[in-house]
Design a protein around this ligand. Structure first.
Ligand code: 4AZ
Length: 316
């Protein structure tokens, strides 16, 4: 009797540790979402041989385990950490054209999808800042601190998705045509019409947006890994109760704590498709930031593959 219960106890404890390890921290984070923070030797050692360390349950491993699963420090939430621009070379910042160098006033993100094309959110251009006037917005590329360095590009045309609906947020997409090609950046591959991303897939969202709900923006480019959540789960009464449409997708954790936030809008949600970084979502909306059950909502790129192709072809 006693031996059985000890064995069961051990099994439960081991199972719990293993599930916490996989649920709490991905074993192999997306390259673009890797933290630039210096990991402590204990953490680095534990993450490279976590299973072995936990089975052996040395004091060092247990300490590292606690550190891996600690609450994210304030100031760099919403659950995020600094990421390298070199690993996110498609990321751009949208800044107010009315604010001249050396000052840059960032209000949205975006992704380089062609040497003269940026994909962002419709709500980033149909607003009081831009009013869909290309002269009112500039694009910053090639820098992890949007305020410094990189290059500042002018916009020649704005194409808001013709079916964008400001009240439902359906089709929250816009394309920016640049006056000159991006030289400090690279194109990210787009999800195809046929690309499907299954529930639980790890994706990466990046931006200079607020680091907590109601907070101010970040100086350094931040990123965070999020699991994709099915529309069925996201539309449950306790989440969005049916407001998530076919042109949207959800990502985040049930318990909250990790999310995109104000100022990240228009920016990339990416994952690996066939081993290549692929743009699957555009930061769109959500109820607050990082709240429990209130997943972040992203415009679903695969649904507008044809609109993007037809709008951008014939002009790179
Ligand atoms: C915003 O206000 C916003 N949590 C962007 C993303 C999310 C919420 C709000 C998603 O631009």
């Amino acid at each position: 009797m006693k031996r059985v219960s000890i064995a069961a106890y051990f099994g439960i404890a081991l199972g719990l540790m293993l599930s916490l390890t996989t649920a709490g921290y991905p074993q192999s984070p997306l390259d673009q979402c890797k933290s630039l923070d210096e990991p402590t030797p204990g953490v680095a050692a534990a993450s490279s041989r976590s299973l072995q360390a936990f089975q052996e349950a040395t004091p060092e491993a247990l300490r590292a385990f606690r550190e891996l699963n600690r609450n994210p420090p304030m100031g760099r939430i919403v659950g995020g950490h600094p990421v390298a621009i070199e690993k996110n070379f498609w990321q751009i910042a949208m800044v107010r054209a009315s604010v001249a160098e050396p000052t840059r006033s960032q209000f949205c993100g975006g992704s380089i999808i062609g040497d003269t094309w940026i994909l962002t959110a419709a709500h980033c251009v149909r607003n009081a800042i831009v009013r869909e006037d290309p002269r009112r917005v500039d694009v910053i590329a090639g820098t992890s601190q949007y305020a410094i360095g990189g290059e500042r590009l002018k916009v020649s045309a704005i194409h808001t998705h013709p079916q964008y609906n400001q009240s439902t947020m359906d089709h929250d997409f816009a394309l920016l045509r640049l006056q000159s090609p991006v030289t400090k950046g690279k194109v990210i591959e787009l999800a195809k019409e046929t690309t499907s991303v299954s529930e639980g897939t790890t994706a990466c969202v990046t931006g200079w947006g607020a680091t907590f709900e109601g907070g101010s923006g970040a100086i350094d480019l931040l990123g965070v890994e999020l699991p994709i959540v099915s529309t069925e789960v996201c539309n449950r009464p306790e989440s969005y109760g049916g407001d998530v449409t076919a042109t949207m997708m959800c990502a985040g954790r049930r318990e909250g704590g990790v999310d995109s936030c104000q100022g990240d809008s228009g920016g990339p949600l990416s994952t690996l498709v066939g081993g290549r970084p692929t743009l699957i979502g555009v930061v769109s909306w959500g109820e607050g930031c990082a709240r429990r059950l209130k997943y972040g909502i992203y415009s679903r790129v695969s649904t507008v593959a044809l609109w993007i192709a037809s709008t951008t072809t014939g002009s790179r």
